[in-house]
Design a binder for this molecule. Structure first.
Ligand SMILES: Cc1cc2nc3c(=O)[nH]c(=O)nc-3n(C[C@H](O)[C@H](O)[C@H](O)COP(=O)(O)OP(=O)(O)OC[C@H]3O[C@@H](n4cnc5c(N)ncnc54)[C@H](O)[C@@H]3O)c2cc1C
Length: 352
């Protein structure tokens, strides 16, 4: 199994890498002013992962670092051999340090236009790929259309990670435990992917193909994620358990979106994270709740269904049995939270 750095070391590495990048900036060959087309270019050595006390570069693996300012530059850079995108770097930098990723060229998306926003157009909510988790967690649009997504973003890592990590990076990393994925799945999210001259929209369910694997093609940039704004009276919830209360990767997570009418559950959508090779929609669990009254009995039967529907594994964070029990318990609570929110929204509509 690949060696992994403790979490606090990973954040430190990111800070060091970024500090080094400004020190080791160099101009591109053939550039007249050192910054062709307004791009930044660095040659950045990765720190030695074995030397815990060395805040210095040891040249384990070199790569070139570009920050293009136009889409044409970005696509042309991504055609280079060994090119890889970097967004916040919170997933990628730890992988560079333990040699699980060895790009020859890193293409930073921070200087590209129109990648950092949350907007609402024609009934659909659009989120730019470079929107950070901190921005998502506090976005009034996200809080009103999908409190569950805002909650998931606010539960990611630490303040530093949320300020740096992006929603696009969370999706493209395709971790089974990626916290934005279950809320996006229940919202029926679609991702917009762009490559040189083409653009395509792919449902999130089809983008996630395995642990750390997506159907993103070489040279494609995830530009945004979009979903239809849920009905005004829908309630949503996201709950996760980790091995501790903060800076914890999910051991199990559940997102729920539903409407409660006269104590009956309608339009139920359920997704779970960290309990299968990818974050997954739980359609059998949805069916077991659809049209049922909100009672202990319905919740118990749905909890049994999700337990049999997911495929949890045993790893260093939890046993498969624990994950199954956790997902079942989270489901019950998430349904109750979402139902309460739906009820409160209906009452607000009546008052207004
Ligand atoms: C200490 C710590 C705690 C964490 N806690 C959590 C947690 O609680 N929950 C959680 O879900 N995650 C957690 N993470 C993981 C990470 O922060 C998130 O997955 C984050 O959203 C990744 O985004 P990024 O912008 O940093 O991606 P990067 O690290 O920059 O990129 C990740 C991958 O996505 C690709 N990529 C990035 N953006 C794009 C794009 N627009 N188009 C195409 N490809 C792209 C990159 O090439 C790379 O392969 C944690 C990480 C750390 C270090």
């Amino acid at each position: 199994m690949a060696r992994r750095m403790p979490n606090y070391r990973r954040t430190w590495v990111l800070r060091q890498a970024l500090t080094l990048s400004t020190k080791s900036r160099q101009s591109l060959p053939n550039s007249s002013n050192g910054s062709p087309c307004g791009m930044w270019c660095f040659r950045l050595p990765v720190l030695n992962p074995l030397d815990y006390n060395a805040p210095r570069a040891t040249g384990v693996h070199d790569f070139e670092f570009y920050a293009p300012t136009t889409w044409a530059e970005a696509f042309s850079l991504l055609r280079m051999e060994g090119a890889q995108i970097i967004a916040g770097g919170t997933d990628l930098v730890p992988l560079l340090r333990c040699h699980e990723a060895q790009p020859q060229v890193l293409v930073d998306l921070h200087c590209l236009p129109n990648l950092r926003y949350v907007s609402h157009n024609g009934g659909s909510v659009n989120i730019g790929a470079m929107t950070t988790h901190a921005e998502l967690a506090t976005s009034p649009l996200c809080l009103s259309h999908s409190p569950a997504l805002a909650k998931a973003a606010s539960a990611i890592g630490s303040t530093q990670i949320r300020n740096r990590g992006t929603v696009g990076g969370n999706i493209a990393s395709a971790s089974p435990a990626g916290d934005t994925l279950p809320p996006l799945l229940v919202l029926g999210a679609v991702v917009r992917l762009a490559s040189d001259g083409t653009e395509r929209c792919v449902p999130l369910t089809e983008l996630l193909t395995g642990p750390g694997e997506t159907s993103l093609e070489r040279g494609e940039i995830l530009q945004s994620v979009e979903f239809p704004g849920p009905p005004e009276d829908a309630g949503s919830a996201f709950l996760k358990v980790g091995r501790r209360n903060a800076v914890a990767i999910s051991v199990a997570s559940v997102a729920v979106l539903l409407r409660l009418r006269a104590n009956v559950l309608h339009d139920v959508r359920v997704a779970a994270g960290a309990v299968a090779p990818t974050a997954m929609r739980c359609s059998a669990t949805e069916q077991s709740l659809e049209g049922r009254p909100l009672t202990e009995e319905s919740l118990a039967s749905a909890a049994e269904t999700i337990h049999s529907e997911i495929q949890p594994i045993t790893d260093l964070r939890a046993s498969s049995n624990y994950r199954g029990l956790a997902a079942a318990a989270l489901l019950k609570r998430a349904v109750i939270h979402a139902a309460q929110l739906s009820k409160a929204r209906q009452e607000r509509e009546v008052i207004e």
